[in-house]
Design a protein around this ligand. Structure first.
Ligand code: 16G
Length: 248
């Protein structure tokens, strides 16, 4: 079955705007129809589709522009792969590093191990539809995951490997979210200017009371939105799920 005409046209517009800066004007319905020979209605549907996907934005009286791509991430124990697929994006990764080294004081305290114990640090650039979204640095106890270095994390989902190959069942977690500024090397990797604002999501996920993973995800602030379900304060059984902490 062939794709409907408006989808083909939407794909064509998409390939034309790939890499175009946010705010770049795109062809109007009339220009699109004239240049491609489709009807005005088909042109409108193609634009509507891209607006619905958040890839274009329409401004009344001004036209249509390349939109800022923002992903919404739920506050749940889901993986990057699941989060992106749920939003219709194709996830991919570039492995920036896979190292095994002594944990050091900070990681040792998080995992409840000795500073000299071995820790794996997996660093990845995470992309959605080929667009860099975040740099993730994941810490894991080397003793708990022998052979982890045999996986190709440019393709494999870390959570899938942990659950399917090592039988991990995540049952709790904590996530701290804080604002920051991106440094030289990360800025270049993410394709944003040095000093651009970022959001750091720091997650510890647990299984049976033990920390399995400690990951910092660094998202350019413009590419991320976080959403949380909130319950009425008086709902029976509703307990506070998150806390605001002031950093000094
Ligand atoms: C998410 C998690 C991260 C985890 C990764 C696994 C947040 C803030 N963090 O990005 O802790 O390591 O998923 O992703 O959501 P993967 O299974 O796709 O490799």
């Amino acid at each position: 079955m062939t794709a409907p005409k408006y989808r083909e046209l939407a794909d064509m517009i998409l390939s034309e705007i790939a890499g175009a800066p946010v705010g770049t004007p795109t062809l109007s319905e009339r220009q699109l129809a004239d240049q491609t020979g489709v009807s005005r209605m088909t042109a409108r549907r193609a634009i509507d589709e891209l607006v619905r996907q958040g890839l274009l934005t329409r401004e009344v009286g001004r036209g249509t522009f390349v939109a800022r791509r923002v992903v919404t991430v739920p506050l749940q124990l889901t993986s990057f792969t699941e989060d992106m697929r749920a939003r219709g994006y194709e996830p991919s990764s570039r492995v920036l590093g896979f190292e095994t080294a002594p944990a050091g004081d900070q990681a040792a305290a998080v995992f409840g191990i000795e500073p000299a114990d071995s820790m794996i640090v997996l660093s990845r650039l995470r992309l959605a539809d080929g667009i860099p979204m975040a740099i993730e640095r994941s810490h894991l106890r080397a003793a708990a995951f022998p052979g982890l270095d045999s996986y190709d994390f440019s393709h494999d989902s870390l959570y899938s490997v942990l659950t399917e190959r090592y039988g991990v069942l995540f049952d709790a977690g904590e996530q701290v979210i804080r604002a920051g500024i991106v440094h030289d090397e990360d800025a270049a990797t993410l394709g944003v200017p040095t000093g651009a604002p970022v959001l750091e999501l720091i997650r510890t996920s647990e299984s049976h009371g033990r920390v399995v993973e400690w990951t910092t995800s660094t998202y350019p602030a413009a590419r991320l939105e976080l959403s949380a379900r909130i319950a009425p304060a008086t709902a029976p059984g509703s307990e506070p799920r998150s806390a605001l902490r002031v950093r000094r």
